[in-house]
Design a protein. Structure first.
Length: 234
């Protein structure tokens, strides 16, 4: 990669300008991990990642720190690798998600806005359109929509602390699904029926119902490793 001549840089960068290369590096590396181009156990050298993301080593270094904090990267002897999750860790992560997001749903039931409820319905409708599809494209589309659905609810808590607590575990399910259950059918219809139940609870402003619906939804999607037999459909 060719460095930009020093005189082409602005004399002063505002916070947004400084953040742009870091965000670009972070999103590029994260997408490569979650998309399977960087696989569990792969080494994450800064120079290679800088070339891959079209940035430099400094923003890559910061991006890797963020990914390590999320659990997607692991540091060992000053080297960084894509995290490899054991079956036990996967189970724990889904249990953590169930507890945190159930609590978030109970809070959101009292604070969610009509616009956010409408957005949840739009996401449910979008997922309904792919219920009969199959293949990797469908899986990616479903997982993207599903992530948006859960994010709307977390944001609706209006709690920055709760958003920080849920972010690490919420960032992981895509890679876990790919690593553990990619060869199993994803039951979009079943998952979306659970989404409708969650939305109904939120619309009714019923915190207990929302918490129970969210917990049951996440626990029902907990994957099992391939060598333990066919995992549960979701």
């Amino acid at each position: 990669m060719t460095d930009i001549p020093e005189d082409e840089h602005p004399v002063e960068l505002d916070d947004a300008d400084q953040q742009r290369p870091v965000e670009k590096a972070y999103q590029g590396i994260r997408d490569a991990i979650l998309g399977g181009r960087l696989k569990p156990g792969d080494h994450l050298p800064e120079e290679m990642l800088a070339s891959m993301t079209g940035t430099s080593r400094t923003p890559v270094r910061e991006a890797l720190r963020r990914l390590a904090a999320e659990g997607l990267a692991t540091v060992s002897n000053r080297h960084r690798f894509v995290t490899h999750f054991t079956a036990e860790e996967v189970s724990i992560i889904f249990d953590i998600r169930a507890q945190h997001e159930a609590y978030a749903a109970s809070i959101a039931a009292q604070k969610i806005t009509p616009a956010e409820l409408d957005r949840l319905q739009q996401l449910i409708d979008a997922m309904a359109e792919i219920e009969s599809d199959s293949g990797n494209a469908m899986l990616q589309r479903f997982l993207d929509l599903n992530t948006q659905f859960h994010t709307v609810i977390i944001v609706a808590t209006r709690s920055a602390q709760l958003q920080r607590l849920t972010a690490p575990a919420a960032a992981l399910p895509l890679i876990l699904v790919k690593q553990f259950v990619m060869d199993q059918k994803v039951n979009v219809a079943r998952s979306n029926a659970q989404h409708r139940d969650i939305l109904a609870a939120l619309t009714a402003r019923n915190s207990e119902w929302a918490a129970a619906a969210m917990s049951g939804h996440i626990l029902s999607t907990k994957p099992r490793p391939r060598d333990h037999g066919r995992g549960p459909k979701r």
